[in-house]
Design a protein around this ligand. Structure first.
Ligand code: FES
Length: 76
């Protein structure tokens, strides 16, 4: 899924966190949990709509979520 997005795609609009920042945090900083990913990058720590689909209460739904990126980078 993540290969369908540009590396500078903004996953978290509140904190302007881009896809490549999230991927780097998971792979380089060895993030082990979704919560840790949020703490390190700031993604998903405001409105939380970008964390996972069920938490997306926005009018315009996100195209990709932190949880999906985490699972894909971590577990393939
Ligand atoms: S879009 Fe990520 S916390 Fe609001």
């Amino acid at each position: 899924m993540i290969e369908n997005f540009e590396k500078d795609y903004e996953v978290c609009n509140c904190h302007k966190v881009k896809l490549n920042e999230i991927i780097d945090a998971i792979s380089i900083k060895k993030i082990e949990t979704l919560r840790e990913l949020q703490e390190v990058t700031g993604a998903g720590t405001h409105c939380r709509h970008c964390v996972f689909e069920e938490a997306d209460l926005g009018k315009v739904k996100k195209k990709i979520y932190c949880k999906d990126i985490f699972n894909e980078v971590k577990y393939g």
